[in-house]
Write a protein that binds this ligand. Structure first.
Ligand code: SF4
Length: 63
């Protein structure tokens, strides 16, 4: 599974990395999210989807 954060849509609310800290992390400078590993293995797919669904800006895509 591939996971991406749209840096323009992300507002840094932090819900994704609070929901799925093994998939998402905050950038130090502004708290906006990035994906720890673009390719997410099966063991973290559910967490990645939960994080994406929790994002109020719909900035995360999983495919
Ligand atoms: S929940 Fe969405 S808006 Fe908030 S930090 Fe994560 S990607 Fe950005």
């Amino acid at each position: 599974m591939r996971v991406r954060v749209d840096g323009k849509q992300c507002q840094g609310h932090g819900v994704c990395y609070m929901t799925a800290p093994d998939v998402f992390a905050p950038r130090e400078e502004d708290g906006h999210a990035y994906v720890l590993h673009e390719e997410v293995g099966p063991e973290l797919e559910a967490a990645a989807r939960d994080g994406a669904e929790a994002c109020p800006e719909r900035a995360i895509t999983v495919e």
